[in-house]
Design a protein. Structure first.
Lengths: 156, 99
């Protein structure tokens, strides 16, 4: 690289001033070149751009596999599904309130319907993520209070 | 500033783009590296045009830009079609024509 630079400096030298080409100004010189010498490549360029745009549209276009369901079909589907009301919202707990915690049903079980199918439901009793890795919070069964227990030993 | 500096910069940019095309796996990054190489060529064209004292190199750089735009339009459309079919933008996954 350095060698090429040095040799280039010696062989090329400083650039000559652009006097003839930029006699009026740069834009006028460019326009004269584009619309006289390079007018045919310029037109081919236009055709290329049109072709590229059409090709991109053809490649990116996708037909619907099924016709769009009408509102009547959507209503019939909801009636047939068995529950008319909207899905229950996710659970709100004392320590975590996020969309992946399922809601608790009156009998104490969790409702899978309350979590979006894009998420995997997490156990509402699972410990939060912001706890330091060496310690986990657990509810003791007797007092119902949070207690810090070292998780490493609990696994062993 | 001598035109040699511009040519050296264009060589550096071209090498970066070429290494990126050879090394990277994500097709979008490969596209960006191709664009880098094309723009390095543009820089070289303009530098040589300045060196020769005429404007032909600048006109060629203009044409290179147009061709780069058309290339990236069709390339991204192909990439989108491949992503829809294979759920991946990696150039290693599109090996259906390989064997």
């Amino acid at each position: 690289m350095l060698l090429a630079l040095t040799i280039g400096h010696a062989a090329i030298g400083p650039a000559p001033p652009q006097t003839a080409a930029n006699s009026v100004n740069n834009l006028t010189g460019l326009a004269q070149l584009i619309f006289t010498t390079y007018v045919f490549p310029f037109e081919v360029t236009g055709a290329l751009l049109i072709t590229a745009a059409v090709g991109a549209m053809v490649l990116a276009h996708r037909e619907r596999a099924t016709p769009r369901p009408t509102q009547r079909e959507l209503a019939a589907r909801r009636l047939a599904s068995g529950h008319l009301a909207p899905d229950p919202s996710p659970g709100v707990y004392a320590l975590h309130d996020s969309a992946d915690r399922p809601a608790l049903l009156p009998d104490g079980s969790t409702s899978e319907l309350s979590v979006s199918t894009a998420l995997s439901p997490r156990d509402p009793n699972q410990t939060p993520r912001f706890v330091p890795p060496e310690e986990t919070l657990q509810i003791t069964a007797e007092s119902g209070e949070w207690e810090i227990t070292p998780s490493g030993r609990a696994d062993e | 500033m001598s035109p040699v500096h511009y040519i050296a910069l264009s060589v550096i940019l071209f090498v970066i783009g070429g290494v990126g095309v050879l090394v990277r796996r994500n097709a979008i990054v490969v596209f960006m590296c191709i664009e880098l190489m094309l723009n390095a060529c543009n820089l070289a064209f303009v530098a040589f045009a300045r060196l020769h004292g005429n404007l032909d190199g600048q006109v060629i750089a203009f044409f290179v830009m147009v061709v780069a735009a058309a290339e990236v339009v069709v390339g991204l459309a192909i990439l989108m079609a491949i992503y829809r079919a294979r759920r991946s933008a990696s150039v290693d996954d599109a090996n259906l024509l390989k064997y």
